[in-house]
Design a protein around this ligand. Sequence first.
Ligand SMILES: NC(=O)C1=CN([C@@H]2O[C@H](COP(=O)(O)OP(=O)(O)OC[C@H]3O[C@@H](n4cnc5c(N)ncnc54)[C@H](OP(=O)(O)O)[C@@H]3O)[C@@H](O)[C@H]2O)C=CC1
Ligand SMILES: O=C(O)C1=N[C@H](C(=O)O)C[C@H](O)C1
Length: 258
Amino acid sequence: MIKTLINGYSGKMGTVLSNEITKDNEMELVGGISKHCRECFSDFKLYDDIFKFKDAVDMVIDFSHPSSLDSLLKFGLINNVPLVIGTTGLSDENFKNIKEAAKKIPIFYSANMSLGINLLLSLAKKAASFLGDSFDIEIVEMHHNKKIDSPSGTAYMIANEINKSFNEPKKYVFNRHERAEKRQKNEIGIHSIRGGTIVGEHSVLFLGEDEEVEIKHRALSKIVFAQGAIKAAKFIYKKSAGFYTMDDMLKNFTGREN
Ligand SMILES: NC(=O)C1=CN([C@@H]2O[C@H](COP(=O)(O)OP(=O)(O)OC[C@H]3O[C@@H](n4cnc5c(N)ncnc54)[C@H](OP(=O)(O)O)[C@@H]3O)[C@@H](O)[C@H]2O)C=CC1
Ligand SMILES: O=C(O)C1=N[C@H](C(=O)O)C[C@H](O)C1
């Protein structure tokens, strides 16, 4: 059994994830914590008590908030515990710290743990290299009205993947409708919509002269993210130190190369 602690337990993802872990016969939920500990899984009252789980934890899965990242990395390093991180809205500095910690412990990061979005990434990259500079590229993401970061981590991930197809990386322009600027060729537009209970939708539009290609993914429930995180936990459990992504895991499952 992989003794697992959830960081962000009281949140929307934490709730769904704890339910999925409870149903999984290789995973054991040994703790759940969050900033205010409203529904903590233990008697611990303070977030700093994450350190008291020492020795009792094989894995931490994190869907929380960027402000908890440093404590999370500290916990992983002190206790030599692998981390699966799904929190978005992280800064460059946060990613630098994750990669530094990954020299000592296994860390899996993905802004989107669903299987489908990873197919979209590979299709979008292929479309960009096939269509080249003659098509404008716009990414549209839609999420529920409680989401605090914008654009989504997935939108950044898609834009970064598309940019791998170009010698000269395109710059990102956010919510273009807020400005009166003419669209430039060397841009990828990223647009965010927030409303209702939308779980997560991402569309990549390739807009050409008299023809258009759209690649779209829609998550219908948060269960897909939770199940992806559980797969990731099983994937990095017992692995050596390193920074792991969905690509590493999917290659391992399917033998696929991008
Ligand atoms: N990678 C993926 O596939 C997915 C990623 N996400 C990302 O996961 C994150 C969480 O999403 P969601 O569950 O919807 O968000 P919620 O706002 O519902 O939950 C956030 C959780 O984080 C906790 N939290 C907030 N601040 C801190 C802190 N400083 N230290 C520790 N815990 C803290 C909250 O605790 P408290 O209530 O005590 O304040 C709460 O438990 C977001 O970044 C989201 O974008 C979401 C879905 C899929
Ligand atoms: O906050 C969410 O809900 C989600 N966040 C992730 C992101 O920012 O890309 C992934 C998913 O779309 C749901």
